[in-house]
Design a protein around this ligand. Structure first.
Ligand SMILES: NC(=O)c1ccc[n+]([C@@H]2O[C@H](COP(=O)([O-])OP(=O)(O)OC[C@H]3O[C@@H](n4cnc5c(N)ncnc54)[C@H](O)[C@@H]3O)[C@@H](O)[C@H]2O)c1
Length: 347
C-alpha cells in the first residue's frame, strides 16, 4: 500500500482526495493545510470550476498538520502530493524529495525555470520520482490523440492547432500575479504547451502575438517553430472578459493519413461538445470513436492510477515526467517573452 500526504486542501487537494478513493493500492493518510477549518474537515469553502462542491468531511484517523515540514517528516508517507499554489511547489517538492519521498505535484511545475531545474535535479539525486500533474493526456480525446500520434497509426504528425480559452476566473484573486499564479500562460496554456512538447518535441523558437495584462500574457496565439519546417503547430489561449463561456478547449491535429477534430466548451451551465472527437481519414471516411467518460474527475482518477503504477513498478511515467513539465514551463516563458518583445524568441 502506498501512503500519501496531501499538501493543500483547496480545489485540487479535494479533487485528488476524491480521486484517490477510486484507485487501488494507495491511501491518503495525512493532510497539511494552513486553513484550520479545512484541516478540521469543513471543506464547504473550497471553490473550483468542475466536480462536486466541498462538504463536511470526517478526517479522524488522518495525520493533520499546519506545517509542511512536519508532514514531510512523517515516516509513514511514501508520497507527498503537492496541491499548493505554484509559488510553493519548488520549496515543498525539493524538501520532500530530500526526505526520501516521491512527489506528485500539480501543474505548473513552478513559476521559475531555475526552480524547476532544481526540482528535477533533487529527484535525480534522491533516486525518487518527481511527477507533475498533467491531466490533459488522461482526458479521452487527448488520450486518443496522444496514442494516435505516438503509435504512428495515421502516419507522421504534420501539425495542429490547439485552443484553450476561459472567462475571467473571478474566484482566483492572484490569477494575474506573476509571482503567485502566473496568469493564463502558466495556469492555462501550460496544459497545451506540455501536450505540444510531448507529441512534437521541443521547438527551436516561438513567435507569440496578442495582449499583455501587466507582466503576464492575457490573450495570445503562438506559432511553434521546429527544426522540421513541415511541422506547422499553433496554439491560442487566454482569458476573455465574458462569463457566458467559462471554458473551452479544442484541437485540430493533422497527420499524414488522418485529421483529428475536437471542440468542447462550458456554455452557461451546460457542457457543449461542438465536435465530439472526429477522425477524418485520407480515404474520405468520417469516424467518431467511442470514448470513455469526458468527466474531468475521471481523468484525475486515470492520472492517479498512472502515479501509482509508476511508483509501484519503479518505471517512471512518460506523461508526468518532471523534465517534460520543466520544458513546458520554459516554453511558456519564451512565449511570454516573444509577446512582450514583439518578435520570435529562440527556445
Ligand atoms: N490540473 C488542473 O486541472 C488544475 C486545476 C486547478 C488548479 N490546478 C493547480 O493546483 C494547484 C493548487 O490550486 P488550487 O486551485 O487547488 O488552489 P486553492 O487555492 O484552491 O488551494 C490551495 C490550498 O493550499 C493552502 N495553502 C497555501 N499555503 C499553504 C501553506 N504554506 N501550508 C499549508 N497549506 C497552504 C491554501 O490554504 C489552500 O487551501 C496550483 O498549482 C494550480 O495551478 C490544477
Amino acid at each position: 500500500m502506498i501512503n500519501v500526504g496531501i499538501a493543500g486542501i483547496g480545489f485540487m487537494g479535494m479533487t485528488h482526495y476524491n480521486a484517490y478513493q477510486k484507485v487501488r493500492g494507495v491511501r491518503v493518510c495525512a493532510f497539511c493545510e494552513q486553513d484550520k477549518k479545512r484541516l478540521a474537515g469543513d471543506w464547504r469553502s473550497i471553490k473550483g470550476n468542475f466536480g462536486p462542491q466541498g462538504t463536511m468531511m470526517d478526517l479522524s484517523g488522518m495525520d493533520c498538520y499546519t506545517e509542511l515540514d512536519e508532514m514531510i517528516a512523517n515516516d509513514k508517507l511514501d508520497v507527498i502530493d503537492v496541491c499548493l499554489p505554484p509559488s510553493l511547489h519548488a520549496k515543498v517538492a525539493v524538501a520532500a524529495l530530500k526526505a526520501g519521498k516521491h512527489v506528485f505535484c500539480e501543474k505548473p511545475i513552478s513559476l521559475v525555470a531555475a526552480d524547476a531545474k532544481r526540482m528535477v535535479a533533487a529527484a535525480d539525486r534522491a533516486g525518487k520520482q518527481l511527477m507533475i500533474g498533467r491531466v490533459l493526456p488522461f482526458l479521452p480525446e487527448y488520450d486518443f490523440a496522444y496514442k494516435a500520434i505516438d503509435s504512428g497509426k495515421y502516419g507522421r504528425l504534420l501539425g495542429g492547432h490547439f485552443k484553450r480559452i476561459i472567462s475571467d476566473p473571478l474566484w482566483l484573486p492572484d490569477f494575474y500575479n506573476p509571482e503567485k499564479v502566473g496568469g493564463p500562460m502558466l495556469d492555462l496554456h501550460v496544459h497545451d504547451a506540455h501536450f505540444i512538447r510531448l507529441v512534437c518535441g521541443m521547438p527551436a523558437a516561438v513567435q507569440t502575438v496578442g495582449r499583455m495584462r501587466g507582466e503576464v500574457a492575457e490573450l495570445f496565439t503562438t506559432q511553434f517553430l521546429f527544426g522540421d519546417s513541415d511541422l506547422a503547430v499553433t496554439a491560442a489561449s487566454g482569458v476573455i472578459n465574458q462569463q457566458g463561456r467559462g471554458f473551452t478547449h479544442a484541437y485540430e491535429i493533422y497527420l499524414e493519413k488522418a485529421t483529428l477534430l475536437f471542440d468542447a466548451a462550458g456554455i452557461g451551465k451546460d457542457w457543449v461538445v461542438g465536435y465530439p472527437l472526429t477522425v477524418l481519414t485520407d480515404k474520405g471516411r468520417v469516424v467518431r470513436p467511442k470514448l470513455g467518460s469526458g468527466d474531468m474527475c475521471d481523468a484525475f482518477v486515470a492520472e492517479l492510477k498512472e502515479v501509482v503504477r509508476a511508483i509501484s513498478t519503479g518505471t517512471p511515467s512518460p506523461l508526468l515526467a518532471g523534465q517534460l513539465a520543466s520544458d513546458a514551463l520554459l516554453l511558456c516563458q519564451k512565449q511570454t517573452q516573444s509577446l512582450a518583445r514583439g518578435r520570435a524568441v529562440k527556445v
